[in-house]
Ligand binder design. Sequence first.
Ligand code: G
Ligand code: G
Ligand code: MN
Ligand code: NA
Length: 250
Amino acid sequence: SCLGFELQRALARDEFDLYYQPLVDTATRNVIALEALLRWRHPTRGLLQPGQFLPVAERHGLMLEIGNWALQRACADAVKWPADLRVSVNIAAAQILGQDLPTIVSTTLERTGLPADRLEIEITEDCITGDPVRALEVVRRLKAQGTTIAMDDYGTGYSSLANLRIFPFDKLKIDRAFVMDVTENHISSAIVKSTVALARDLGIQVTAEGVEREEHFLFLQSIGCTSAQGYLFGKPAQLSSLDVIQRETA
Ligand code: G
Ligand code: G
Ligand code: MN
Ligand code: NA
């Protein structure tokens, strides 16, 4: 496709950008991390969202290169932030299957100077299903290096629970599909409550995604969800417009 062709030269032309969305501590509402989210400043079509170009990048085998660019950029950005602010980076299946990801990550941390414990890597079930044995080895090595691992879009995959039994995740990110109607839909509320309890019993963190309304946040607070992310606290935005960064550099 035309987009695929343009994507191939977008890296060289420096057309990608990272937006960041805050994750807040549920007890204090303090920002504890920023999730890096890719954007493409297309020369004629304007700002493109991941949904508009990541599937094309995957079809053209460009996801590894673009994903590694995002990882490098996110770590280089985060090293300038307040030391208690972590960065969360999404990893594509190609980055696990097509290269030695733990070595890429350790090299990136060394080059940027970001301590490993300030990086969180988000993986989805896509990253596991292609080659679960390899994915497990990669996750173990990343954890041994000091990076934390979150399971993204928790609850939407085919085998979230089966994977939870095998993979040593540090965090579950509850997909926004369950959070958006959590106070109106008793099924969503049961799923969210049981996931939060599950994470507590496992001794791991849990983030609710897609928190748009105060009543949703209060509910999450009441059930002991440890962190929250969503438009209530901030849409994905350019670093220059984020208060939490501005304060420190002002
Ligand atoms: O920003 P937005 O809500 O449109 O992001 C949509 C999806 O795109 C996210 O859920 C995430 O899974 C994916 N995505 C965004 N940035 C990256 C990235 O840097 N790497 C990978 N692999 N996926 C990303
Ligand atoms: O990695 P993941 O697929 O979870 O990426 C988060 C996506 O969810 C991003 O594309 C972001 O724009 C979107 N998002 C984040 N917060 C909200 C929210 O409160 N409501 C909705 N509808 N989407 C959100
Ligand atoms: Mn994510
Ligand atoms: Na998600």
